[in-house]
Design a protein around this ligand. Structure first.
Ligand SMILES: C[S@@+](CC[C@H](N)C(=O)[O-])C[C@H]1O[C@@H](n2cnc3c(N)ncnc32)[C@H](O)[C@@H]1O
Length: 282
């Protein structure tokens, strides 16, 4: 298979990445002809976007550095590849690159630095200190893929018509129209007070945000949009989305869950339609 035919895969490791769940999600996807445009307001690793490869898409995240990486891959993938090829996987080099001020670098080098740190840091985590400096330690991988040229070029092709913007998820209310497909993958509501992993950005994602999101979902449902949303199986989530289709999905535990109880846990995929049906009314 030539490089040009490779299906794109996520180019970043991201907490909550959905690549492994796609086989379980697939029966619930609408067919490509069933929706007009695709919206993904909690983009992260963008697993669904890369799987669905929509023609027209609107992608958002609050993480500015992340959105800039995708924008640069879309607009200058060869520049990113050239800059990435210069990187190496060793501890001292990692800390030297981590200490660089990203704003002092040109965009392609800044994107390459982000990808390099993501592929070589501990667990692919993204965490910044109060001054906004990336502070995840070296990951000690033997042979991480730092520069996946074919993957980056495939990602760039899928991104070519994408609108990318740093924004809160509520922006979809001002853009989405009937027949658009919107996939929400927010930071999850913790199952218990100790299992919270919500610090994707310095702002976190609180219970009020979960409520605000459910209101957004209901408003878009009334508008005639096709909706999919992932979340934990916390009681609050069953309550907030009662009346919609709630599918239980078997998933591996989140990155920082305790070592005990490594078995699968139940997560939810909530849709307002069944493939082939008209949207459900809540
Ligand atoms: C669970 S991750 C998304 C994972 C992604 N779907 C994947 O497959 O890799 C959640 C994302 O939401 C972003 N986020 C957090 N709060 C947000 C908000 N209020 N509006 C938009 N994005 C937000 C975080 O920066 C993070 O990238």
């Amino acid at each position: 298979m030539s490089e040009h035919q490779l299906p794109p895969r996520p180019i970043l490791k991201w907490a909550g990445g959905k690549n492994a769940l796609i086989p379980q999600y697939a029966p619930h996807f609408p067919s490509g002809e069933a929706y007009r445009r695709y919206f993904e307001p909690f983009l992260g690793g963008a697993a669904l976007f890369f799987f669905l490869q929509p023609e027209r898409s609107f992608l958002f995240d609050l993480n500015e550095a992340l959105i800039e990486v995708y924008t640069t891959i879309r607009d200058d993938v060869e520049g990113v590849i050239t800059a990435l090829e210069a990187h190496q996987n060793n501890r001292d080099y990692f800390y030297m690159v981590r200490a660089l001020d990203p704003l002092a670098l040109p965009p392609a080098e800044r994107a390459a630095r982000f990808i390099f740190l993501n592929r070589t840091c501990y667990n692919g985590l993204y965490r910044v200190n109060r001054r906004g400096q990336f502070n995840v330690p070296f990951g000690r991988y033997k042979n991480p893929t730092i520069c996946d040229k074919a993957g980056l070029r495939a990602a760039s092709r899928v991104l070519r018509n994408a609108h990318l913007e740093v924004a809160d998820f509520a922006i979809v209310l001002s853009l989405a129209e009937p027949g658009d497909l919107i996939y929400f993958d927010p930071p999850y509501e913790p199952l218990s007070p100790t299992s919270s992993f919500t610090s994707y950005t310095s702002s976190g994602f609180a219970r009020d945000d979960q409520r605000r999101l459910a209101e957004t979902y209901r408003a878009l449902d009334s508008r005639g949009c096709l909706l999919m949303l992932s979340n934990s199986s916390a009681p609050l989530i069953y309550d907030l989305y009662s009346g919609f289709y709630i599918h239980e999905i078997s998933a591996r535990r989140a990155i920082n869950s305790k070592a005990d109880g490594r078995g699968p846990i139940t997560e939810l995929l909530i849709t307002n339609f069944c493939p082939g049906d008209a949207p459900a009314q809540a």
